[in-house]
Design a protein around this ligand. Structure first.
Ligand code: SF4
Ligand code: SF4
Length: 395
């Protein structure tokens, strides 16, 4: 247990909560579960009580006790049933950096020994395999073998101008592997000099922060930085918004980092991608870490509009108000039913736009929404923006 898991800024911000409850109104976990205890306001109140119970000499003197083991467990359960979507932070009128508080709170819960046991599994996987799924890290770039026209070097060069950092989900999940395949094809058509890191790519660190395991992060960050330096690269491309977000916020700013949607937009503007007519009506889902997290809203939309024949219709709640798909914050591992319930609402919203396909810019969003659509036989397609562009490339 440690109040030092929180910064002074966080403590000051939390004290400013006005109990307005606006955060609860926009929380996807609350609306999908109808459980108000999953809201930011409940958690801020609970955390304030915990902090006081640890330090308040006056409270101890007048006989106020801290939380019982049962209350701790209950509170911890609410902490991890959150997608870290940042919607609460977006609307909080007093500007509390709630997403940061949730990360610190998860760290605190792990210190306090009240956390879901699945986190032990995440920790063991990362320690042993360097990826979150306990896969063989030497197989990180094996998806290249499934490409039709893969070059002999398998996209692993000694030196290149650009590194494409794939991330764990795209590297190992068959459904998500279509995304790096699509991006590699786009980069080839655009004649981009890029390399993968292969087995030298380790987890970016996001699952560690999301699981309250931030002590592990530095080793992974140092390794990844060195691996990129060895390639002599100056830029790194990410199709995964969480990897992109980690490198933006937690890695030193040694390299220029760019999300795939931004990079594709550059290629389109430089007329390096020949795009053919694609008659489709699509809607665009802003991934939480790319949209609210990195404020990248326009480039993906520009890419979509640049494809002849594609019509973009918006979700009612879009850009900074976009509702999470249910796949963030390790929620799927902690509470798969709640994750699926959030996905269900997302898919219903998408259907109401009349779109034939949901386009997003995130492998985890693709995985979460596709899983729901397939299980429930919903007639709508889910594609990453790289897959949409790949489909439009003139063959
Ligand atoms: S981050 Fe998202 S899921 Fe978590 S409390 Fe805030 S609004 Fe709810
Ligand atoms: S929106 Fe901000 S100020 Fe309002 S209850 Fe939630 S945390 Fe407190």
């Amino acid at each position: 247990m440690a109040n030092k898991d929180y910064s002074i800024r966080q403590l000051v911000e939390m004290a400013a909560c006005t109990n307005c409850q606006i955060c609860a109104d926009v929380c996807p976990a609350v609306s999908a579960s109808l459980d108000g205890e999953l809201s930011a306001i409940y958690r801020i109140k609970g955390l304030s009580e915990i902090l006081k119970s640890r330090t308040g000499l006056f409270r101890k003197l007048i006989g106020k006790k801290g939380l019982s083991e049962e209350q701790w467990k209950h509170f911890s359960d609410t902490v991890f049933r959150c997608t870290l979507c940042g919607n609460c932070q977006e609307v909080c009128p007093v500007g509390i950096h709630l997403r940061d508080v949730w990360l610190s709170l998860r760290h605190d819960m792990v210190h306090s020994k009240f956390y879901p046991k699945k986190i032990d599994m995440i920790q063991a996987n990362l320690k042993e395999s360097r990826n979150v799924f306990a896969e063989d890290n030497e197989e990180r770039a094996d998806w290249v073998e499934d490409m039709r026209d893969a070059p002999e070097h398998g996209y692993i060069k000694d030196q290149a101008e650009i590194v494409y950092f794939t991330g764990c989900v795209a590297a190992y999940f068959p459904l998500a592997q279509k995304i790096p395949m699509a991006l590699a094809e786009i980069l080839d058509v655009g004649k981009v000099d890029f390399t993968l890191l292969g087995e030298e790519e380790w987890c970016c660190g996001f699952p560690m922060l999301g699981a309250g395991l931030k002590e592990m992060f530095k080793e992974f960050m140092d390794h990844n930085l060195e691996a990129v330096r060895e390639k002599g690269a100056r830029r790194i491309i990410f199709a995964c918004p969480s990897c992109y977000q980690m490198w933006r916020e937690y890695y030193p700013s040694e390299f220029e980092i760019v999300h795939a949607s931004q990079f594709i937009m550059e290629l389109v503007k430089e007329k390096r991608l020949p795009l053919q007519e694609l008659p489709m009506t699509v809607t665009y889902h802003d991934p939480c870490d790319l949209g609210r997290g990195a404020r990248v809203y326009e480039e993906p939309r520009e890419v979509i509009r640049s494809i002849p024949g594609v019509k973009l219709v918006e979700f009612t709640q879009n850009r900074e108000n976009c509702q999470c798909c249910g796949g963030g914050g390790n929620l799927e591992m902690i509470d798969a039913n709640l994750s699926a319930e959030i996905a269900k609402r997302k898919i219903e919203d998408a259907r109401s736009t009349g779109a034939q396909a949901i386009i997003t810019s995130c492998q985890q969003c693709v995985r979460t929404m596709t899983t729901y659509v397939k299980r429930n036989k919903v007639p709508i397609e889910v594609l990453d923006i790289t897959q949409l562009v790949q489909r439009a490339l003139k063959k």
